[in-house]
Every structure is written in C-alpha cells, then in structure tokens.
Design a protein around this ligand. Structure first.
Ligand code: NAD
Length: 349
C-alpha cells in the first residue's frame, strides 16, 4: 500500500516529513485528526531500525491519540511525532530547534508533548520556539510529569473493572501483579498499596523493584515469571505488545488493566483474552489520565480540575463494558465504537 492509500484507509489528515541538513534532524509529524480540535501527542525519539519502522509507528500512534482524546471527551484531535535517532547520543540542540520550527510551521494544528526519549527539559526548549508545546514544568505554570495522573486514571479504571468482574470495586485484599515499575507503575503501586491491595511486581531494573518492595511490601518476580502470578488483575505497565499468543496462555488472572500503550500485539490477542474469560480494560481508555492532565494546561492548569476529569475514566470504562455486554462484542471493539461515534458527532454529546 502506498502512503496516500494508507492515509486514506486509516484516516490521517497530514504527514509531514522533516529533514534538516545542518542539524541532521530526520523526523515525521503525523496528524491523524483535527476533527475535535488541534491534534496533541508526544514526540518519541527512538533508534528505529529502518524508515518503514519510523513511519509505521508514527501513523499507528497518531491514530491511537485520536481515539484516546475522543474517549476522554477532550476537545482535541490525535497526532504524534517521531525523531529518528538515539536520544542518548543524537539529541542535539540543533535538532531540537529544527524540530520545534517544524512544529511551529503547522500553526497549532499539532501540539507536541513528551514521550519516550523526549523529556520535560526538551519540551521546555521547544516551547521557547513555539507555543504549541504542552506538558511544561509546574514551575513554568505547566502540569509537570503526566505519569502520576496516568497512574490515577488507571487506578480509577481498575475500580470499574473490579466492579464489572466481581460486583465489588474495593481493592482491599485484591491481588494485583504489575509488570513495569517505571514512572507510571511506581505511582500506581503506591495508590494500590494505600487502597489495601496485595502487590506482585517485576521490572528489568532490580533497583526499582527493590525500592517499591521496601515501600509497599510487594513480592518481587523476575522477568516472565510475572505472567504466572495468580492474581485478580494483571497490569501491563512496561512496553506495548506484551499481550500476545505466547503470554496470554500463561496468565492466571481475572482482569488485564494497565497503562502500557498498545498492550495487545494484534486483534487475535483480544480474542484470546476473551476465550480465557479474562476481562480486558482497553488501554487507551484506561491510560488517558496523562493526556487529560496535559490538556488542562491549555486553559490554565488546575490540578484539582484535571484530577476530577481523570476520575471520569471510571464511568467511561463502565460505558465500554456495558456496550460490550449489550452488543456481545469485545471491550476493545466497544471502546472503538464509542470513540468513533463521538468523532462522527464532532464531539457533541
Ligand atoms: P517508563 O519508561 O518510566 O517505565 C517503563 C518501565 O518498564 C521501566 O522501568 C522498564 O525497566 C520496565 N520494563 C521494560 N521492559 C520490561 C519487561 N520486559 N519486563 C518488566 N519491566 C520492563 O515508562 P512510563 O512512563 O512508566 O510508561 C509505562 C507505559 O505506560 C508505557 O507503555 C507508556 O507508553 C504508557 N503510558 C505512559 C504515560 C505516562 O504518563 N507516562 C501515559 C500513557 C501511557
């Protein structure tokens, strides 16, 4: 499929290829939709193996942002950008400046935020060149690190998932296995511990595991062992694609609910979860807390207001589960239908 066919099929409005000879910047900005408002999405800097991988990722991620914003009831569209390179070696001042000028050239149709390889200080640098950058530090009047907000949204969504499966949303005594104790996983573990859950955790970084075990009394697990932990909720908070034909048969849980983007490797993974009678809480509904928090910054940040909006993730997930039940479809299909209906209405209602 050529790129125009792909854009037509997936609905992308604009794909901007950026190449700056002087700095060596190679980047792509993909705007999937501005139907509900300006597109907002992170910039990822990653050493992709080839051009196809860069393009595939930015197209997929920008479309997911449209659905995430629509489901979160935000007046925003979906976009994403990628800078091709290793953030540890290739992130130079010249490349960031050249990238910022490309964002500026879009006149506000795309608002950039942080993602893997691009942090708060990079966003603040970009913001000096264009106002179309969000997720600034609290010191600069911004909303700061979105991870605690994302964790809070996952926590609210987990409550809806527990109610759906057990008829009781209490975390007291519930067993929850968290894969990935990064910025979100760590904050989530603290919330769950405070709410009375019993935790099992794993991460590739043993120091982070040791730290959270000290604070919460969680049981540590190594690598793939986490999949076999008997628990109420398995929570993928590491990377995408970890729910697949190899991992799902090993799960011993009632619910899958976590923060990782694109948890399901493919459509078959959703069917496999259903076959195993595991309730899946669609990732982009559950992990929208960070986006909701950043979006609040656009109208003058109020943490209280932002967190109130994040709590609505509980109700949205209930809506998803109700539609899935009514129509006998998968929760992932129900989420897509609700997001597409909101897009079709232009965000009204
Ligand atoms: P992070 O990089 O801080 O943490 C990820 C953690 O996962 C790291 O500690 C890493 O060591 C661990 N990890 C990687 N591979 C692993 C494996 N195979 N087994 C166990 N642990 C592994 O990232 P984060 O900001 O905490 O985000 C976590 C996930 O949530 C990502 O998929 C991200 O895209 C998604 N997400 C994050 C936010 C946010 O606000 N930060 C918002 C929406 C979605």
């Amino acid at each position: 499929m050529n790129l125009f066919e792909q854009m037509k099929t997936e609905g992308h409005e604009r794909v901007l290829f950026c190449s700056d000879r002087a700095s060596g910047l190679q980047a792509i900005i993909a705007i999937h939709s501005t139907r509900l408002g300006p597109s907002l999405g992170g910039c990822r800097m990653w050493p992709y193996p080839n051009f196809d991988a860069v393009l595939t990722d930015v197209l997929r991620l920008s479309k997911a942002m449209t659905y995430k914003a629509a489901m979160a009831d935000l007046p925003l569209g979906g976009g994403k950008s990628v800078i091709w390179g290793d953030s540890k070696k290739d992130k130079t001042e010249g490349r960031l400046v050249a990238f910022a000028k490309e964002v500026a050239s879009l006149g506000g149709r795309y608002i950039v935020a942080e993602d893997v390889g691009i942090g708060l200080s990079d966003i603040e640098r970009i913001h000096k060149i264009t106002p179309h950058a969000a997720g600034l530090s609290e010191g600069s009047g911004g909303s700061g690190d979105p991870s605690p907000a994302t964790a809070y949204g996952v926590f609210c969504g987990m409550r809806a998932s527990l109610e759906e499966r057990f008829g009781d949303g209490s975390f007291q005594g519930r067993k929850i296995a968290i894969q990935g104790i990064g910025k979100v996983g760590y904050a989530l573990a603290l919330l769950l511990h405070q709410a009375g859950a019993k935790l099992s955790v794993c991460d590739m970084d043993p120091e982070r595991v040791a730290m959270i075990c000290r604070v919460t009394g969680a049981d540590p697990f190594l690598g793939h062992e986490i999949y076999r932990v008997e628990c109420d909720i398995f929570s993928p908070c590491a990377l995408g694609g970890f729910m697949n034909e190899r991992t799902i048969p090993r799960l011993s849980c009632e619910i899958v609910a976590g923060s990782a983007n694109n948890q399901l490797e493919n459509a078959k993974a959703a069917l496999l979860l259903k076959e195993r009678n595991i309730l899946y809480a669609p990732d982009y509904v559950l992990n929208a807390g960070g986006l909701i928090n950043i979006a609040d910054e656009l109208s003058g940040y109020s943490k209280e207001r932002a967190y109130q909006k994040i709590e609505a993730i509980y109700h949205r997930l209930k809506e998803v589960f109700a539609l899935a039940k009514k129509e006998s479809i998968l929760p992932s299909e129900a989420a897509d239908r609700l997001a597409e209906a909101r897009l079709a209405r232009g965000g009204k209602g």
